[in-house]
Ligand binder design. Structure first.
Ligand code: G6P
Length: 369
């Protein structure tokens, strides 16, 4: 096991650090920047089903469901196909409307999650076209779906999902770009810009990992907190949910993720000097609005940890701590803003003496209801 950890203390940390390569492995052979296009066999072979789709339904559980939420933003933005994202466990039991004109995308790292598998079977019975986004090759979900795309993240051992999440977002982004390219909802210049920015992501993830020592210092300040609030907007709202999930999974600190503006409808009542608030405030996308959310939090004396774009001066003056990520187009920010949140939960859990790779009561894959 020590050898498998490759010199890292835990699988989770190793897997966090594998992300630049994992993301690259995910787009290799699919993203052809020189030719200005995306190639994905699973879509090419079933193009009519996708192009005739009235809507896309995404089903998943846990972290994979958060990747689905990010996908909702990017699919609707780029392809103009309506998207719904559902917890597989709710979808399968609520007598959902599914027709032959629906495309269902099931996202699952393990490819074995019982509820996701059941949702797939239900959608198939109703005639929908079912596409899988899995990491484990030959898994039940990979076999049960009509077509699919693997994430190629490599084995993920840590129970808390890290590289599976960022590679799922990568595949889903490629799918959205591919469909936008086929539908003509994106022009050549925009597509080219995306492809170039996507190819720069592994380097930018590496850069984000360089802030590890700073994140560790910040973790030391907040390791004894009882509660944490995570806020983000737009593409980074699902990242806030994922950051909170990571913290509660491995450190057992209660954490909640919220869309930043929704804070006024509840969580603001909880904010005081005891409550650290982690805010994703990258310069792209609703930046001014998030800054005003930060001002409101500050006036209630909470301590603020902000994830900002490199060089940001405005938030630096408001927040107690800032962690920078490189500049990137808005739709790709989740691939970077996720990194410090993974590291934060990791260090806090280690400092609290928790079993990071095998947290209590959790399983890597939930194969029974
Ligand atoms: C469990 C794992 C999570 C994972 C979820 C969905 O809860 O602990 O890390 O996100 O299952 O698993 P899947 O394999 O379907 O992505």
């Amino acid at each position: 096991e020590e050898i498998e950890k490759g010199g890292y203390d835990h699988f989770m940390l190793k897997e966090i650090y594998e992300q630049p390569k994992a993301i690259q492995d995910t787009y290799r052979g699919r993203l052809l920047a020189d030719e200005g296009l995306i190639k994905m066999a699973g879509i090419d072979q079933n193009l009519e089903r996708f192009l005739n789709a009235d809507r896309i339904i995404i089903v998943a559980c846990g972290t994979s469901w958060h990747a689905g939420l990010v996908a909702e933003y990017i699919f609707e933005d780029l392809t103009r196909i309506p998207v719904e994202v559902e917890y597989a466990s709710e979808f399968r039991y609520r007598n959902p409307v599914i027709t032959e004109k629906d495309v269902l995308i099931a996202i699952s790292q393990s490819g074995e999650t019982a509820d996701t598998l059941a949702a797939i079977k239900l959608a198939k019975e109703k005639g929908a076209f079912v596409f899988g986004v899995c990491n484990v090759v030959g898994s039940s979900i990979a076999r049960e779906t009509h077509a699919g795309a693997y994430t190629h993240a490599g084995p993920e051992i840590g129970v808390a999902s890290t590289k599976a999440f960022t590679t799922q977002i990568t595949v889903l982004t490629l799918m959205a770009l591919k469909l936008a390219q086929e539908k003509g909802t994106i022009n050549k210049t925009q597509l080219h810009e995306f492809l170039v920015e996507m190819e720069a992501i592994p380097k930018k993830v590496e850069k984000s990992l360089e802030y590890n020592a700073l994140v560790e210092q910040i973790s030391d300040v907040y390791k004894d907190s009882s509660n944490c609030l995570y806020l983000g907007r737009g593409y980074n709202f699902p990242v806030a949910l994922e950051g909170a999930l990571k913290l509660k999974e491995i450190s057992y600190i209660h954490a909640e993720g919220y869309p930043a503006a929704e804070m006024k409808h509840g969580p603001i009542a909880l904010i005081d000097e005891q409550m650290p608030v982690i805010v994703i405030a990258t310069r792209k996308g609703h930046y001014e609005k998030v800054v005003s959310n930060i001002q409101e939090i500050k006036s209630r004396k909470a301590r603020i940890i902000a994830i900002v774009t490199e060089g940001d001066e405005v938030v630096k003056n408001l927040a107690d701590h800032v962690i920078e990520v490189p500049e990137v187009m808005e739709a790709l920010t989740p691939l970077l803003t996720t990194i410090p949140l993974q590291l934060l939960s990791y260090h806090i859990a280690v400092m609290r003496g928790c079993n990071v790779d095998q947290p209590r009561n959790l399983a890597k894959s939930v194969t029974v209801e």
